[in-house]
Design a protein around this ligand. Structure first.
Ligand code: SDX
Length: 394
């Protein structure tokens, strides 16, 4: 502490803003969006309905929802010139890199779509447009990476049906949209929709506080989410479970490795900055995982490994003493796998879900007249001022 400046690494004990969007209780494992519990929302709503709630603060009535859906359909296409973007990424390009790059470029094609000046009706339409276009970007990047023809959004399908159809439908092999899959996808996206001031949301607010446009702020949020300590963990979980499977289920090797202070390895999908008990989202996803795989009659050995690993970790003093429980990323990848979504797109799925939250938080920040540009201080540990040394003396 030097005078009025206090060091707070990772901002663990610092509130960066007032917000009325999401409430977390890390000790009780409670998560509410605009006062509604995620348990109620995940059981009764579509992702589009919850996106509207997070943005506007109220659940939409029938007309409001239909209007929101209509806007989403109206703006679901990308400018055809943007489609050439996908031709110039190498085949193994990371979908998160494509997503961040392409979202940032939306500003060049749709400069009118920054929330404050959107002639079409402000943040609601901007959100519908971004949700629709980002879904299209995600599906197009997948199709392009496989060399398959693009499938365009259809006005006959809702948000999740369109996403799955654009990802997996092909002219020669039609994709069958299964209700249990779209139901699981809606639930997953709802559970990712917002989470107060996590790393990527704080990034969106910080970048936005410099008065930069919405797309650049969201693009920065995508980059932060990419990290394996954050949204990238859902991909790291599957890679870890596959390694355990290939090792002949050598759980102890990985559990001991995660405890070893000299080893940077951590158990992906465990632990959380705020939750010091079960992440409520992980509970719902674990159940949805079980239900969907059973209804599809799919047996994934990684699910058995996940259950066994969770069992062992929750019995282990090292993890118990540090309040380390499964988090939102631990089971989500297993559901995405069963849907046929490739592992390198799991964090893109997290971004699709988090998009309404990022937009709502960015909008809330701009609506607050007391918002200031984000600019933390530091504790200086370098040299005191010293005399200059000319080149001939160095
Ligand atoms: C998300 O913030 C959000 O809300 C994020 C998120 C959202 O919706 O936006 O919830 C989404 O990012 C979930 C988290 C996904 N990340 C992972 O699963 C990666 C693995 N988890 C960790 O790296 C870690 O738990 C974090 C990053 C999630 C939280 O880190 P913290 O709060 O900074 O805690 P820490 O690193 O200080 O750990 C405390 C102790 C340490 O041991 P000691 O130094 O006290 O001896 O717990 C240990 C850590 O070594 N620890 C782990 C561990 N997580 C913490 N040890 C082994 N395996 C782990 N997974």
């Amino acid at each position: 502490d030097t005078g009025h400046i206090t060091l707070d690494r990772g901002f663990m004990n610092t509130a960066s803003c007032f917000s009325s969007i999401t409430y977390l209780d890390g000790d009780k494992g409670i998560l509410n969006y605009r006062g509604y519990s995620i348990e109620d929302l995940a059981a009764n709503c579509s992702f589009v309905e919850v996106s509207y709630l997070i943005l506007h603060g109220e659940l939409p009535n029938y007309q409001e929802l239909e209007h929101f859906r209509h806007d989403m359909n109206r703006f679901a296409l990308l400018h055809e010139d943007m489609i050439h973007f996908f031709d110039h990424f190498p085949p193994n390009a990371s979908p998160m890199s494509i997503l961040s790059t392409t979202i940032n470029s939306l500003h060049n094609f749709y400069p009118e779509m920054t929330a404050k000046t959107d002639p079409y009706g402000g943040i609601s339409v901007t959100t519908a447009r971004l949700l629709a276009k980002v879904r299209t970007i995600a599906a197009f990047s997948y199709k392009k990476s496989n060399g398959y023809p693009l499938v365009y959004p259809s006005h006959k399908l809702n948000y999740c049906e369109n996403f799955l159809n654009m990802m997996f439908d092909r002219p020669n092999i039609p994709y069958e949209i299964k209700p249990e899959v779209t139901a699981a996808l809606n639930k997953l996206l709802i559970l990712h929709a917002d989470h107060e001031q996590n790393c990527s949301t704080s990034t969106v607010r910080l970048v936005g506080s410099a008065q930069v446009n919405l797309y650049a702020s969201i693009s920065a949020g995508v980059s932060a989410l990419w990290g394996p300590l954050h949204g990238g963990a859902n991909q790291a979980v599957i890679e870890m479970l596959e390694e355990i499977h290939e090792s002949g289920d050598d759980y102890n090797y990985y559990i001991e490795k995660a405890k070893d202070k000299n080893d940077p390895f951590r158990l992906a999908g465990f632990g959380h900055r705020v939750y010091k008990t079960f992440d409520p989202r992980a509970r719902i996803i674990k159940e949805a995982c079980h239900e969907m795989l059973a209804s599809m009659n799919v047996h994934d050995p990684l699910l058995d490994i996940a259950f066994e690993l969770e069992e062992r970790v929750l019995r282990d003093d090292y993890f118990i003493s540090r309040n380390l429980y499964p988090n939102v990323d631990f089971y989500s990848g297993i559901i995405y796998r069963a849907m046929g979504i490739p592992t390198d797109m799991f964090t893109v799925m997290f971004a699709l879900g988090r998009l309404p939250g990022w937009i709502a938080q960015w909008t809330e920040m701009h609506a607050d007249p007391n918002t200031k540009i984000g600019r933390p201080r530091q504790i200086y540990t370098g040299y005191k001022q010293r005399a200059f040394v000319p080149m001939y003396e160095r």
